[in-house]
Design a protein around this ligand. Structure first.
Ligand code: GLU
Ligand code: MG
Length: 450
């Protein structure tokens, strides 16, 4: 891999891990060291497992202070030569201790463990994160009290005028992703001010989450080369529609069949797909602490923003936390999938994936059934009707989400105490750090962190 990358012009590799706050952290090496580093890793203090979004550091049992080191060990299979960053490749890492054992708070290791458990059931998950982001100009970059950015567009959403205006960015982005093998399924100017969306082809296994890192870095590089800045923050302007990082996935058995199609369950799901989805739905309030992990997340996760703030499911229902997508007739055996809407760019893609699979496995093992689907906008139903049908609001603040998380034995058991406790400690740390701030200040504090 090192030789292939070098032959392709790669001079340096960014080794990328995502911390519990959802910030992607990097350590960089010249390509000459890649082979050695793939065996022995590079050092990173263990306190990165208790970092907050503002770079404050909290603590948790076993992760208390300045002593202790972990190794970031790149997975060569994840390395991608970045077409928009000449000379650079990005590789995802597993975090290990100095004895070579997995570091328990490592999100990538957690997600892989969950995917392996799924494989023990004879199932494979295929999916992708769908990226929404803000594009614009920073006024005086990186200064405290910097003014709001100038958005790259002010609508109309999905429109040809916006595309025409930002065509150089769009061309370069599509070209870069296609050239480097990430691929593009679709691109469009999105609804919110300055917002765009790109979706990439599905992946199997941990590559699903690795690809999220690669795609984000590619978008950043193309934005920079066009004199623009990008934000994956849940909200970029208080009061406006935010950025989702929805997770789409389907489940496949060993015979290569998509279990979200052609079964006797609701909307054609098989019994296994239904049980898995029901497990995800049951744990969704706790998963939200992982997938919408910041104080800013709850400025996005509100009704009427298509962010899926309700604990319910429905075919093509964009207000439901779980949107079931059947796809076009004729394509459904390939296309049918479940979309998890309450996921934003602050979510660590490994922790989100691992948590969703953990919850799905719980549903599978208990053979759960889904409730009746919801096709209406839950906000349009009376509280009494919602109660009767078992539809509730997902957490409306980080505070509530943390309480849901702490009550989840499913996620605690799946993550293990050290990951679970350190993650929860960082969420509480952010809650305290932003306590009493108004929405504007919260937005500013998160805008350029992801
Ligand atoms: N921007 C919305 C969100 O925050 C999603 C819009 C859509 O359905 O694509 O999740
Ligand atoms: Mg969208």
């Amino acid at each position: 891999m090192a030789r292939r990358l070098a032959a392709g012009g790669v001079e340096a590799v960014a080794l990328a891990m995502v911390d519990p706050a959802g910030v992607t952290r990097v350590k960089c090496i010249p390509i000459r060291r890649f082979e050695e580093v793939a065996r022995f890793g590079v050092g990173l203090s263990n306190v990165f497992s208790v970092f907050l979004v503002n770079d404050d550091i909290t603590s948790s049992p076993g992760i208390e202070g300045p002593s202790g080191d972990t190794r970031l060990v790149p997975d060569p299979a994840s390395a991608v030569a970045l077409a928009a960053s000449p000379g650079w490749a990005l590789a995802a890492v597993d975090q290990r201790d100095q004895e070579g054992d997995p570091w328990p708070p490592c999100g990538r290791t957690f997600a892989r463990r969950m995917l392996e458990r799924l494989a023990d059931h004879g199932l494979e998950l295929r999916g992708a994160y769908e990226l929404e982001f803000f594009l614009g100009n920073r006024i005086s970059a990186r200064e405290a009290g910097e003014p709001d950015p100038i958005p790259a567009h002010a609508g109309p959403g999905y429109s040809a005028p916006v595309l025409a205006d930002q065509e150089p960015f769009a061309t370069e982005l599509i070209r870069a992703l296609e050239t480097q093998g990430t691929g593009v399924m679709q691109f469009h100017p999105e609804y919110s001010t300055g917002q765009f969306e790109i979706s990439v082809p599905h992946r199997t296994g941990i590559a699903l989450a690795d690809t999220n890192l690669v795609a984000r870095h590619t978008i950043r590089a193309v934005a920079r080369s066009n004199g623009l800045a990008v934000s994956f923050a849940p909200v970029v302007f208080a009061g406006l529609v935010g950025n989702g990082d929805h997770l789409h996935f389907s489940l496949w058995n060993r015979r290569g069949r998509n279990l979200f199609h052609g079964g006797d369950g609701p909307e054609g799901m098989t019994r296994e797909a239904e049980a898995f989805s029901a497990g995800v739905l049951e744990s969704l309030p706790a998963i939200v602490a992982v997938s919408c992990p910041s104080v800013a997340s709850y400025l996005r996760l509100q009704p009427h923003r298509w962010a899926g703030p309700w604990a319910c499911w429905g075919r093509e229902n964009r207000e439901a936390g779980l949107r079931f997508v059947t796809g076009m007739v004729g394509s459904r055996s390939e296309a049918a999938n479940l979309e998890i809407k309450p996921v934003d760019g602050g979510g660590n893609p490994y922790l989100v994936l691992g948590s969703v699979v953990a919850a799905g496995l719980d549903g599978l093992e208990r053979d759960l059934r889904l409730p009746e689907p919801t096709t209406e906008d839950p906000a349009s139903l009376s509280a009494a009707v919602r109660r009767r049908r078992g539809i509730s609001r997902l957490p409306s603040s980080l505070d509530v989400a943390i309480r849901e998380l702490e009550g989840s034995s499913v996620l605690r058991e799946a993550m293990g105490d050290m990951l679970f406790d350190s993650f929860a400690a960082t969420r509480k740390g952010e809650l305290a750090a932003f306590d009493g701030m108004d929405d504007e200040a919260v937005v500013r504090a998160h805008r350029w962190r992801y």
